[in-house]
Design a binder for this molecule. Structure first.
Ligand SMILES: Cc1cc2nc3c(=O)[nH]c(=O)nc-3n(C[C@H](O)[C@H](O)[C@H](O)COP(=O)(O)OP(=O)(O)OC[C@H]3O[C@@H](n4cnc5c(N)ncnc54)[C@H](O)[C@@H]3O)c2cc1C
Length: 397
């Protein structure tokens, strides 16, 4: 596309992460003329995405899935097996399932994203009846964040913790070397189907997140504690993004934020891909039928659900590791619907209210409930000095 060119489309999608690509793909399939912009439109997405299989939309072919785990495990004060299939998505499989052959794809960076026009760095202006802003999340700064350090370990070496067909979604055992007076982190471990297992030490809910060096140190301590020996040549991945990206307000005088940028980042789990894929057709159907997509994407039930999850995020950000284990122990004893209402469902606010209430009511010892709801230790970890903790004598490093 040449400098200064003006082109008109029905839909413009700005950002081709998994969300934008799915939106552009389904819009084309629905018969709309689509332009999609990204600085590197064909790049494979760097992160490894996973989700519950039942969250994925029916139109997505099975080839988008790399690994299926029928009953993943979580460790709280005890091991729980969740009778709900989980999966790791295939990067190439997912991209190939979302072809953009009939869309106009522009390699470029947007400098201005308006309700009906998008300006690129080279001066090109793209006009569209509807513009979706799928540029992902800004850097978190001091917002509540998810931070993770992941190591790709050979499946054989990983066997003491994760064997074939298994996954460990949440491991709160106190084996990462962090002390009780330090912000907590947990382990997430999934097989990738290519002979490696991803071990990720994760912090969720801290203001500004947890530094990478701290997560790395904890991951190494934890793996060593479980008898996993590394060669030193393993590759790694990092995550650091905000968890509190709110749903956009209704109204048509703006580009429509969608995906992680548009409130679909789950405040408590840090997942957005499956929810975004599942909501793509809601947005497109609304467009085709002449309604405001934001009204369909964010009815009050979904906004209330989001509001409650934000309470969960604040709770997560002030607990100790022992309190987190106790709280998740209560949560993973809840009914499947209750668990789903927190982990996945976009708008099941009644079940979510009930499971949040019951999780607090069943957390033991009793006094920890005050921390959960924020009556005590509300800002426990705010301003925590990781560098000073590092210098403490006797700390495992
Ligand atoms: C290591 C890691 C592991 C993760 N694991 C999971 C997981 O298991 N499950 C899950 O659901 N989520 C996971 N997440 C969160 C995940 O990143 C997001 O959920 C997901 O990437 C959001 O997709 P998105 O399409 O909304 O945004 P992004 O993936 O961030 O895509 C945004 C796109 O917009 C483009 N863009 C940015 N600025 C411009 C511009 N000015 N003009 C044009 N294009 C632009 C970018 O190039 C990019 O392609 C993980 C994140 C990380 C970092």
């Amino acid at each position: 596309m040449s400098d200064g060119a003006i082109r008109e489309f029905e839909v413009c999608v700005v950002g081709l992460g998994p969300t934008g690509r799915a939106l552009a793909h389904r819009a084309v399939r629905a018969g709309l003329t689509v332009v999609a912009v990204d600085p590197r439109p064909d790049r494979l997405w760097p992160p490894t995405f996973a989700c519950w299989i039942d969250e994925l939309p029916e139109w997505l072919p099975p080839s988008a899935i790399a690994v299926r785990v029928p009953k993943p495990a979580v460790w709280t004060n005890a091991m729980h097996r969740i009778d709900r299939p989980y999966c790791v998505l295939s990067k190439t499989g997912l991209r190939d399932a979302l072809p953009l052959d009939d869309a106009t794809v522009v390699a470029g960076r947007a400098t201005r994203v308006g309700a009906n026009d998008v300006e690129l760095t080279d001066g090109t202006i793209l006009r569209a009846a509807t513009v979706f802003d799928t540029r992902g999340l800004p850097t978190p700064r001091q917002r509540r964040a998810a931070s993770a350090y992941g190591i790709f370990v050979d499946a054989e070496a990983a066997a003491p913790m994760v064997t074939e067909g298994e996954a460990l979604l949440l491991d709160w055992r106190l084996t990462n070397g962090a002390g009780p007076d330090e912000p907590p982190s947990f382990l997430y471990a999934v097989p990738l189907g290519d002979g490696t297992v991803l071990f990720e030490e994760v912090s969720q809910g801290l203001r500004g997140g947890m530094p990478q060096h701290e997560l790395r140190k904890r991951a190494l301590s934890r793996l060593a504690a479980h008898g996993i020996t590394l060669t030193g040549t393993e590759s790694s991945e990092a995550a650091h993004y905000p968890l509190d990206q709110r749903p956009p307000r209704k109204g048509t005088a703006q580009a429509i934020p969608f995906g992680s940028r548009g409130g679909m980042m789950h405040p408590c789990t840090g997942y957005s891909v499956a929810d975004s894929l599942a909501l793509v057709d809601t947005a497109i159907t609304a467009l085709l039928e002449g309604r405001d997509p934001l009204a369909d994407l964010w009815p009050w039930q979904a906004r209330l659900t989001y509001w409650m999850r934000m309470r969960g995020l604040w709770g997560l950000g002030r607990l100790t590791a022992e309190q987190s284990a106790a709280m998740f122990d209560a949560f993973f004893n809840a009914s499947p619907r209750g668990q789903r209402a927190l982990l996945s469902a976009h708008d099941d606010y009644t079940a979510l209210g009930a499971v949040l209430f019951n999780t607090v009511a069943r957390t033991w010892p009793f006094r920890w409930r005050y921390d959960l709801v924020g009556w005590t230790n509300r800002n426990r970890w705010v301003g925590f000095d990781f560098a000073a903790a590092d210098r403490e004598p006797g700390r495992i490093g």
